[in-house]
Design a protein around this ligand. Structure first.
Ligand code: AMP
Length: 441
C-alpha cells in the first residue's frame, strides 16, 4: 500500500521564525530601545501594519524602489487598496496628523518597534518580513534634533554591546537648492549616458538622486566624479549641515562624510545619515556559513524630512527620524560575540510521584511562585530517577520530592543536589526552609 508523504510546510520565502533560543537577543534589543526611548523622552506609538496604499505612494514616493518594486499591496473585498507597511515613518506621520497630536507640545517625539514588509530578493540580512525600531522627532528644525537622533542611535548600539560602528552623514539640501543639484547631476550623467548601466539610464529620468546609489561596476568611475550635493547647498542648508557636524564633533561621535549617501526615499531634506558596521566587524574569513552576510550592510538610517507632514496633508512641520534593522543588529551582536546573561534559572526542582503527589505538587508550585522562588518541574515524567536527572542537568540547588507518602503526611523531602542529603520537612515549613537554605548557597 503506497502511503502519500505529507508535505512539510515552510515559512514563506524571505520570512523566518524567531525561535526560543534567539528570544534573549530580541528581548535585549526591546529592553534597551524602550529604556533609552524613555531616557531621551520618546513615547511609544503603534500604528497598523496595513495602511492605504496611497500613504506610501505619497509619502515614501512614487519613484522609489520601495513603491515601484517592493510593496505587498492588495485589494480588499470592499475594493480598498491596502499595503503591508514597507517602512514605519509614513504611518507615524499619518497618525500624528489624524490624532491631532499637532496640538501637543512640540517637538512630538515618538518611537515604534515592529515588522515591515518588502518584496526583496531574500538573502542573509535581507528579508521580506523584517523588524525595525524607529524614532521620529516631529516639529523642530534645529540641527541639534538631527544630532540627538544620531546620538540616540549610537547610544542604543553601544548599550547592546556593539563596537566598530560607523556613522555616515550627508546633506541633500532643500527644495530651494536641491533642484540645482539635480540638474547638475542629470546634465553630468546625460553626457555620459552610453557609459552607464541600463538602470542608471532610467534613473536619469525618474529618480536622478539614486544615480549616486548605483553599485554596478560600470558606473563606478562615472560616479566618482559626479557632482556632489554639498557643492549645491544654499546658505541655510550649508549652515544647518555645518552645525550638525560641529555637534557631532562636540559629542565625540565618530562620523565620516559620505558625499554619495542619498537614501532611497523621496522625503528627505538636509541631513541624511546611515549607520554601518566596519567591514572587518562583520566577516570572519575562516567562517563559510551559508547564512553569513557577505558584505557589510547598513544597520539603519534616517534623516530630516521637513516636508513630509505637509505632503501627507498636515501643516509645514520640519521633522527628522531614523529606522534600524533589528535582524542585522542581532546578527552583528552574535558576530561580535556579545554575551548575554542567560535567563535567571530555576534554583529548585519539583519532583512528584503518583497521582496524589502530582496533585499536591501543583499546589506547592503555586506557593513557591507566590514566594518568588523560581521552580522547574517535569510533570509528565513518572519516575523519580528521570526527574532527578533533569534536575541535575538544570543545575538546581535543591529538589523537592513529593510522593504518595509525603502527600499523605503533608510533608516534603528537600534534597540538596550537591551533597545528595535528603531531609523531610512539614509542608507548611518548606517555603521558609527553602528560602533560608537558598540564602546560604
Ligand atoms: P532603510 O530605511 O530602507 O534604509 O531601512 C533601514 C534599515 O532597515 C536598514 O539599514 C536595515 O538595517 C533594515 N532593513 C531594510 N530592509 C531590510 C530587509 N529587507 N531585511 C532586513 N533588514 C532590512
Amino acid at each position: 500500500m503506497s502511503r502519500k508523504k505529507t508535505k512539510i510546510l515552510q515559512a514563506p520565502r524571505g520570512t523566518y521564525d524567531i525561535l526560543p533560543e534567539d528570544q534573549i537577543y530580541w528581548e535585549k534589543v526591546r529592553r534597551v530601545v524602550r529604556e533609552l526611548a524613555d531616557d531621551y523622552g520618546f513615547a511609544r506609538i503603534d500604528t497598523p501594519i496595513i495602511e492605504d496604499t496611497e500613504l506610501f505612494i505619497k509619502g515614501t514616493g512614487q519613484t522609489t524602489d520601495i513603491v515601484q518594486k517592493q510593496m505587498y499591496s492588495f485589494r480588499t473585498l470592499g475594493n480598498d487598496s491596502l499595503t503591508l507597511r514597507p517602512e514605519g515613518t509614513p504611518g507615524v506621520i499619518r497618525s500624528y496628523i489624524q490624532s491631532g497630536m499637532i496640538n501637543a507640545p512640540h517637538p512630538v517625539k515618538l518611537y515604534y518597534f515592529g515588522p515591515m514588509f518588502r518584496y526583496e530578493h531574500p538573502q542573509a540580512g535581507r528579508y521580506r518580513q523584517f523588524y525595525q525600531f524607529g524614532f521620529e522627532t516631529i516639529g523642530g528644525q534645529e540641527p541639534v534634533l538631527d544630532v540627538q537622533l544620531i546620538q540616540l542611535f549610537s547610544h542604543i548600539l553601544n548599550d547592546l554591546g556593539l563596537k566598530k560602528i560607523n556613522v555616515q552623514v550627508n546633506s541633500l539640501g532643500c527644495p530651494e537648492c536641491r533642484p540645482g543639484f539635480r540638474r547638475g547631476l542629470v546634465d553630468y550623467y546625460r553626457s555620459r549616458k552610453n557609459r552607464i548601466c541600463p538602470d542608471c539610464q532610467k534613473r536619469i529620468k525618474i529618480n536622478p538622486l539614486r544615480l549616486l546609489d548605483c553599485k554596478e561596476e560600470k558606473c563606478q568611475p562615472i560616479k566618482t566624479d559626479a557632482p556632489l550635493p554639498l557643492d549645491y547647498l544654499c546658505h541655510g542648508c550649508h549652515n544647518h549641515f555645518k552645525s550638525v557636524l560641529e555637534f557631532l564633533d562636540e559629542l565625540d561621535i565618530p562620523y565620516f562624510l559620505n558625499h554619495q549617501l542619498v537614501r532611497g526615499l523621496d522625503y528627505y531634506t538636509k541631513t541624511v545619515f546611515e549607520v554601518w558596521p566596519e567591514s572587518d566587524s562583520v566577516q570572519s574569513p575562516e567562517k563559510e556559513e551559508a547564512q553569513e552576510i557577505k558584505e557589510p550592510i547598513s544597520l539603519g538610517g534616517g534623516g530630516r524630512y521637513d516636508n513630509l507632514v505637509k505632503m501627507l496633508g498636515g501643516k509645514v512641520t520640519p521633522s527628522a527620524g531614523f529606522a534600524a534593522g533589528i535582524e542585522r543588529i542581532i546578527y552583528l551582536m552574535k558576530e561580535q560575540g556579545v554575551k548575554l546573561p542567560s535567563k535567571s534559572n530555576a534554583k529548585v526542582f519539583l519532583v512528584q510521584l503518583g497521582e496524589l503527589g502530582q496533585r499536591k505538587s501543583m499546589k506547592l508550585f503555586e506557593e513557591l511562585h507566590k514566594a518568588e522562588i523560581k521552580v522547574a518541574e517535569s510533570l509528565s515524567k513518572p519516575s523519580i530517577k528521570s526527574q532527578l536527572r533533569i534536575a541535575d542537568k538544570l543545575g538546581v540547588k535543591f529538589s523537592l520530592i513529593l510522593g504518595q507518602q509525603e502527600a499523605l503526611d503533608s510533608s516534603v523531602i528537600i534534597r540538596d543536589m550537591q551533597s545528595g542529603v535528603q531531609e523531610t520537612v512539614p509542608k507548611e515549613k518548606v517555603v521558609n526552609e527553602l528560602k533560608k537554605r537558598l540564602a546560604k548557597k
